[in-house]
Design a protein around this ligand. Sequence first.
Ligand SMILES: O=C(O)Cc1cc(O)ccc1O
Ligand SMILES: [Fe+2]
Length: 449
Amino acid sequence: MPTTTFETPEKYEYQNGFDSYHETEAVKGALPIAANSPQKPPYGLYAEKLSGTSFTAPRHENKQSWLYRILPAAAHEPFEPRESSSFTTNSENKPHDKFQQIPNQLRWDPFDLDEKVDWVNSLHLVAGAGDPTIKSGIGVFIFAAGRSMDEHEAFYSADGDFLIVLQHGVLDIVTEFGNLLVRPNEITVIPRGIRYRISLPAGPVRGYVLELYQGHFRLPELGPIGSNCLANARDFQVPVAAFEEDTSTTWHILAKFNGRLFSAKQDHSPFDVVAWHGLYYPYKYDLGRFNTIGSISYDHPDPSIFTVLTAPSDHGGTAVADFVIFPPRWLVQEDTFRPPWYHRNTMSEFMGLIHGQYDAKMAGGFQPAGASLHNVMSAHGPDAATFEKASTVELTPARVGEGSMAFMFESCLMVGVTDWGLQKCSKVQEDYNAESWIPLRPRFKRPGN
Ligand SMILES: O=C(O)Cc1cc(O)ccc1O
Ligand SMILES: [Fe+2]
């Protein structure tokens, strides 16, 4: 059974489909017929193109949208630097904020809520690899905000696509493409460049962001699984066009540009897109709709069967980032150690917990709103208590992860941790190894002894 319980309140309307060509108009007749940039677009709107790939990208990767708006995005004053101590999204701007790559397993206690800041200032770079200036790599952020963005502010990132994993609260997101309401157990992707404003209708919010500096997320290949299962394309929801007519208020457009914050003024709302069509747009997905598959015979399969979205590298089958989830499911394998095996992975694994308890660890250590990082070749697996239980338990069909949702950002890149992630957040657990694996005892018995 899908575990989704969400209804869509009236203010929000979506069209369905992943990677579908969508077209939507908030005023009938606002989309030009056939032509993209007629001499006079309907109703005196300006035509504007937003490209998410190079124009010449192969057809199967090409992502562009046409926006029909009251004023073009270009109608603004110059951007000025506007950094503040609460905007910590750059690993390079301060010497002590450089990434540190370390082989230790890391685990963080739940990150604190922060009532004082809005979405933009809530973003803390905790780990990452690569560099947005060469469109290569990823950034992993923790966010915790308690205030809506100012009424006349909009934000975009020129650095990459934001995959937002909400852990607590509700995000009301007004975008150029329409409105999105996101609740815990839902994710949303806001691609590079798209402007949005986040308000918080239900108090403080907290969660995780994976920023993808290169390419875009796709659904994983299904191979022998066939044509359905995992995240089904029709369950991705895309806003329909919605706009406001405001050409008399001062707005601030905030840009994240190479991890730094800039601000520009304009005297009209950026949310003035009356109609749009194309393949480049924000979307959301309810993780409760994921169709989870697994072994019905023996052995623990690779977690790639739980991939919701993948961002491929140039090398087939190797992801710059996979977004993987561990939903409630049945385990039925016979003669099998059912939790994850002990392993060292050439990929790095950053994990978070939205709610509940992750079945590879005993309660307490890995908590909702906390995180862990098992970097390239850092050995890990079930803690000693989980091992003891799973290697002696009677193997009847068992439901795991009830009411729970853990996730992983798995990357082919070695990720570094920022000074905020290692020190300033004060959440690193000093006793992770001591609690988890050091208590493991040899069980080896020579035959005959
Ligand atoms: O380490 C983890 O907890 C994540 C994970 C889960 C799994 O089922 C198999 C491999 C793996 O890395
Ligand atoms: Fe792992």
